[in-house]
Design a protein. Structure first.
Length: 361
């Protein structure tokens, strides 16, 4: 199939593009560049060994989207494009509503007008808020606690309404928990701008010497060691789940929503110690007060994903840490690192009107 991957140069999107290509699908990427680096594309080219097109497109730009749907006949869309930091969303809620919700509406309208009726949506476990019980099933109550989570829930509802209104439209909502790790090559990985919002990239930056120590928020939770417990999932397992969901949606011709996680909670200290094993050095940390709203333990029940898709997570926490450390060690400053390895061939130029291909390495 020919797949449009919105946000395909970002962390999860780029790994999913690799899996799509490995399964024989043709990949076209639309990405605004807000949460990605132009240096991702040559690395993706090197990994997939085939031409890729990158179109610099903001999903709110209907003209640019229409040019894409005119230039290509897509079989489906994978939608990763979103602002994604919980804390930042609390400071800038209107920007998150505009980008994430308005962008999704414009994309859905462009898809419908172009006759493209298959969508895999990158949702989030944040739609569950603070769940009443764990492991969290898909029928748990939806109760968002921040603007970012609200944008994901509203987008799910919009997509659901479209599926009801248009009998031909099919969508898969994938609610995943805590993506970590990197591709085993070390060529692509997570590269947050500024101070990381998530635990794993913060640990990575401490390990590589960018930050002095890790702050752990609370050690008095009713958990195995007093620190918060979360469900960490390797980004490669997550990428595989997106392609599994796409292929199942086509075979079964149905819409669905599934959780993506390992089904096992890992505490902050367990993750720290696993990373110490991976990198062979101590991760200095300090215990500070709890953050308001943090739950003691949140992890998925991934049974439905296994039943529908035949999918389950394959990488354990040690593999997650080894791959995250390999990425960070090879790229101490993320994609801004100046170390040059083998230079991949340039990519072919984009055909969409007004789009340009970023091919710097």
């Amino acid at each position: 199939m020919r797949i449009l991957v919105c946000g395909g140069a970002g962390y999860i999107g780029s790994h999913t593009c690799v899996t799509l290509a490995e399964r024989g699908h043709q990949v076209v990427i639309a990405d605004s560049g807000v949460n990605s680096s132009p240096r991702v594309m040559p690395r993706l080219q090197r990994l997939v060994g085939a031409p890729l097109s990158l179109h610099r497109v903001d999903l709110r730009d209907r003209t640019a989207l229409d040019a894409l749907f005119t230039a290509y006949r897509f079989d489906a869309v994978l939608h990763f494009a979103a602002l994604k930091a919980v804390g930042d969303s609390c400071r800038r809620p209107l920007e998150y509503f505009d980008n994430n919700i308005s962008g999704t509406i414009v994309l859905l309208r462009a898809m419908q007008d172009a006759g493209v009726h298959r969508l895999v949506f990158s949702s989030s476990a944040t739609v569950y808020g603070e769940p009443a019980q764990v492991p969290v099933r898909e029928d748990a109550g939806l109760q968002v606690t921040n603007p970012y989570g609200r944008t994901k829930l509203v987008a799910e509802q919009l997509i659901g309404d479209l599926c009801q209104a248009d009998p031909a439209f099919r969508a898969a909502n994938l609610r995943y928990f805590n993506p970590v790790g990197a591709h085993a090559s070390g060529l692509i990985g997570e590269d947050p701008a500024g101070e990381p919002n998530n635990l794993m990239p913060y640990i990575c930056q401490v390990a590589v010497g960018q930050r002095e120590r890790l702050r752990i928020f609370g050690d008095d939770y009713p958990t195995i060691d007093g620190t918060g417990v979360r469900d960490y999932i390797h980004v490669v397992d997550l990428a595989r789940a997106h392609v599994d969901a796409l292929e199942y949606m086509v075979r079964a011709d149905r819409s669905f929503t599934v959780n993506l996680g390992t089904g096992r909670g890992v505490s902050v200290l367990e993750l720290v110690h696993a990373f110490e094993r991976a990198c062979g050095r101590r991760i200095p940390y300090e215990i500070v007060g709890r953050r308001p709203g943090d739950a003691a333990a949140v992890y998925a029940d991934p049974t439905l994903a296994q039943q529908l898709l035949g999918w389950q997570a394959e990488h354990d926490v040690d593999a997650m840490c080894r791959d995250a450390w390999r990425w960070q060690a090879m790229n101490p400053q993320g994609y801004r690192s100046t170390t040059r390895r083998a230079t991949p061939p340039r990519l072919r130029r984009s055909r969409a009107v007004g789009a340009r291909l970023a091919d710097a390495y």
